[in-house]
Design a protein around this ligand. Structure first.
Ligand code: GDP
Length: 476
């Protein structure tokens, strides 16, 4: 068979357990949508009935209020004119502004979408340079792309921590919120204490009055929504398994376009389909020097061998066991640098393994450095995140949102390699993560009721501090 999984009956469920709508899409224009199930081994985490209902209801909201509708036209007209409106409608909007690296973008779109679900807002995506080149439409019979003639598009680049329209500055200037004024939500990792009031109950009530919200963010802010008493009951119902938020929302929202799907399937079918097990290794090095670095290589080797993910190599002093029934392992590297992949590949060529296993090593690209403005570069980055999500066991680099996306889509609890300090191998080099959820890197540490600092990683059992960034928080 061409793929390891194509014959498996559990993969017949092309809607991923009811997560995806069955009608309203043209199959050919987005091949990945219903074919992903053929490449995914199994679906251990089922979406809740309530989540499925909520998604169907949200799809009709997007269709009823989205671009091209009368409601959208009226809401935009009012925004453009800046005048007080006398019309009332139940169409409110959240505009996601394109910003930051691809991993960050995927995490913030998912966060924005969850917030839209909770507050019944239409989510519209500023396409930036290439959002429409990378992702199919997630909602049937409408578009989530912000129309190009949207009146504020040219001002997106000016939104910053100092914008008078930001919620933080509105609070500071004691400006009232009227439903006809838009609010800019500055949820960037460098946000200030006033911007962080977004996460407080009373502020949410105010923010929800505005018809238009503009969001610029580079953080996965979902964990803090679970600490807000306005949302927590609904969230518990939507996600009885709390560590599956990004897993389900990611699989629901992010379908590679046909160009990216081609990159994924050609690679998978050529190099990975016929192996017994695939081990993914995502190497992200946060250094100015491009590398490769000896300590990073040592970290990869000691992590994968200590944890039994890859076999050790031995000196060849006798004829090894017959190879015809040996198990095969494929290692899928992703990295901007090719040095780690080259070394490990040679290692398994030059010496036999202690177990007799056959280890083949691959890496689709080595782009050298981050080039977030180039379409082809981002297509490859997206294809590689997706390929990593198709592995059986995954090793990731701490701090990296690129790895978070892969683990979440794949439903994989990764082994995280800790970020090295002083160019030495951390001890231990890696550890199995608590959950597959992404880490929120810059959460608020604030008790909204008592108006004082508090450790938000210690309030409830399902929101804990992350292993890779100790001040971050994540769902477990
Ligand atoms: P993060 O910075 O690791 O949190 O991840 P982001 O995805 O937000 O930004 C890193 C960017 O660098 C990616 O979007 C890619 O453009 C590029 N990049 C980093 N690692 C890789 C890799 O392994 N493969 C490819 N193709 N690009 C990468």
């Amino acid at each position: 068979s061409l793929s390891r999984f194509r014959n498996s009956p559990t993969n017949k469920d092309r809607t991923l357990g009811g997560l995806l709508a069955t009608s309203g899409f043209d199959d050919q224009s987005c091949l990945s949508r219903y074919r992903t199930a053929f490449y995914r081994k199994n679906i251990p985490h089922k979406p809740s009935r309530y989540l499925i209902q909520k998604l169907r209801a949200h799809e009709s909201l997007q269709k009823r209020c989205g671009p091209g509708t009368n409601s959208y036209r009226k809401a935009v007209e009012q925004l453009r004119s800046g005048q007080r409106s006398n019309f009332d409608q139940d169409c409110n909007y959240l505009v996601w502004i394109s910003y930051s690296g691809l991993g960050n973008r995927i995490l913030t779109v998912a966060s924005a979408f969850l917030y839209s679900l909770l507050t019944n807002r239409v989510l519209l995506i500023d396409r930036g340079k290439d959002m429409n080149d990378l992702f199919c439409e997630p909602f049937p019979e409408t578009s989530w792309l912000l129309p190009l003639d949207f009146p504020l598009t040219n001002t997106f680049a000016n939104f910053s921590i100092t914008s008078p329209e930001s919620y933080g500055n509105m609070i500071m200037n004691k400006a009232g919120v009227h439903k006809d004024n838009f609010i800019y939500l500055h949820l960037d990792h460098g946000y200030n204490d006033n911007d962080k009031l977004f996460f407080c109950e009373e502020d949410q009530k105010t923010i929800q009055n505005a018809r238009w919200l503009m969001l610029r963010s580079d953080i996965y802010f979902v964990p803090s929504l679970f600490l807000n008493s306005l949302f927590k009951d609904e969230l518990n119902q939507l996600f009885p398994e709390k560590d599956t938020v990004f897993h389900h929302l990611g699989r629901y929202l992010f379908h590679p376009t046909n160009a990216v799907w081609g990159l994924i399937t050609r690679y998978y079918d050529s190099y990975l389909a016929k192996t017994d097990e695939i081990v993914g290794i995502q190497v992200r090095v946060f250094e100015i020097d491009p590398g490769p670095f000896r300590h990073v290589l040592d970290q990869i080797i000691s992590c994968t061998q200590n944890e039994g993910l890859l076999p050790q190599t031995v000196v060849q002093d006798e004829i090894g066991p017959p190879a015809f029934n040996a198990k095969s392992k494929a290692v899928l590297f992703t990295s901007l640098n090719m040095g780690y992949y080259e070394h490990i590949r040679s290692m398994y060529w030059e010496s036999p393994t202690s177990t007799g296993e056959i280890v083949s090593v691959y890496q689709p690209s080595y782009e050298g450095y981050q080039q977030s403005e180039r379409n082809k570069h981002n297509r490859k980055a997206w294809a590689e995140m997706y390929l990593l999500s198709l592995t059986d066991k995954l090793v990731t680099s701490g701090w990296s949102t690129f790895g978070y996306v892969a683990q979440g889509l794949g439903g994989l609890k990764p082994w995280i390699m800790f970020r090295p300090e002083n160019r030495t191998v951390p001890n231990p080099p890696c550890r199995r993560d608590m959950s597959m959820e992404p880490c929120f890197h810059s959460p608020p540490f604030y008790d909204c009721k008592k108006k004082q600092g508090i450790d938000t990683g210690k309030l409830v059992p399902h929101v804990k501090h992350c292993d890779d960034i100790t001040w971050g928080i994540k769902l477990v």
